[in-house]
Design a protein around this ligand. Structure first.
Ligand code: NAP
Length: 311
């Protein structure tokens, strides 16, 4: 595709994930070109840079698509204004700060006829679609999710993540829930949750969830941000016909202990392929089940106070 045929894209929130994934994936992909960036501190050299979102919307009516890479608490206002201007919108995960916001965005996008793509990047990891296919028709006995990482390593200096609306350990945990809800059908139900809050923070540093699949299989999830040393992002599914394990956040798939899938990480390349397809076919992709599971964990969760977290 020549550069003039590429879809002109704006990107808001030039922070860690924009720099690590979005910008290189767009630059290496064939469908989009970043023409504008909106960020108070970050810049993209090859684009026109705006500090004011309103100024961007007023002056760059030629740009018809936007990726919102800001934290969840500011995403709704940005998405709403973009939809009102008729832009196709890609939302980083989680799609919004609340289910109400997410549903409102879906309705607004539908009414305006624009594409809304609520991305769940972990669903695009190499092992996830093959895992879903392998599980089709099998009887699941139980599922165990272990998502343990070092918050200091992965979220340095991100004060917003600890504030009300910041998701805490559910910021990575929702990635596991996005994979879970992609590989098994129906609505998963939260039965019990225990949330561990550092006494100086608004959001949990760890969470234990007991859930049930639509077919009645027990599901446990252990999310913990205090893991030093090896990091664990595993989902183990025991079925009557064998054992499936997704490791490294869905990048690797093992069936009965034997590696079935590996390969280079293409999560964000696939996300932009999908965004281009959705725009060309005038469709949306906005599944909020992972967000609903997090909300249900907060609704049902027992609160435990743990030692203060100091970065
Ligand atoms: P980040 O490094 O803090 O970057 C977010 C950027 O958004 C900031 O650099 C900031 O840029 C802008 N921003 C606008 N309003 C803000 C506000 N009220 N508070 C803080 N920043 C604000 O965060 P991130 O890690 O890139 O995460 C952004 C989103 O991507 C989150 O929803 C996260 O869950 C998701 N995500 C992150 C990762 C990861 O590995 N970090 C992976 C996948 C998805 P300016 O100061 O220049 O305005």
């Amino acid at each position: 595709m020549t550069s003039s045929q590429k879809i002109a894209l704006a990107l808001a929130g030039v922070g860690k994930i924009a720099r690590d994934q979005h910008i290189p994936s767009v630059e290496n992909g064939g469908d989009f070109t970043i023409k504008a960036a909106i960020s108070r501190n970050g810049k993209i050299d090859s684009a026109e840079n705006f500090e004011s979102y309103e100024k961007f919307l007023e002056t760059r009516g030629d740009i018809r698509a936007i990726s919102l890479c800001t934290p969840p608490e500011v995403r709704f206002d940005m998405a709403k204004k973009a939809i009102a201007e008729g832009l196709d919108v890609l939302l980083e995960k989680p799609p919004a700060a609340t289910i109400g916001e997410a549903q409102a965005l879906a309705e607004l996008a539908h009414a305006s006829g624009v594409t809304l793509f609520a991305t769940w990047h972990s669903r695009f990891a190499n092992g996830v679609e093959p895992a879903r296919e392998w599980l089709l028709g099998k009887t699941i006995a139980k599922i165990e999710i272990t998502w343990k990482e070092d918050v200091r390593r992965w979220h340095p200096g991100q004060a917003w993540i600890w504030e009300a609306g910041g998701f805490g350990v559910f910021d990575p945990g929702i990635n596991a829930l996005s994979i879970l809800t992609a590989i098994i059908p129906g609505q998963t139900i939260v039965e019990k949750a225990i949330l561990a809050f550092p006494e100086n923070r608004q959001q949990p540093i760890a969470a234990s969830l007991a859930m049930k699949s639509a077919a009645g299989a027990p599901i446990t999830a252990e999310f913990d941000w205090r893991q030093e040393g090896p990091q664990t992002w595993d989902i183990v599914v025991e079925t009557e016909q064998g054992m499936l394990r997704l490791a490294k956040g869905g990048a690797e798939l093992y069936i009965d202990g034997k590696q079935a899938i590996e390969g280079p990480d293409r999560e964000y390349a696939r996300i932009y392929d999908r965004f281009a397809d959705l725009i060309r076919t005038r469709q949306s992709d906005a599944d909020f089940q992972p967000l609903r599971l997090v909300a249900d964990a907060f609704l049902t969760g027992e609160r435990r106070i743990v030692e203060p977290f100091v970065e």
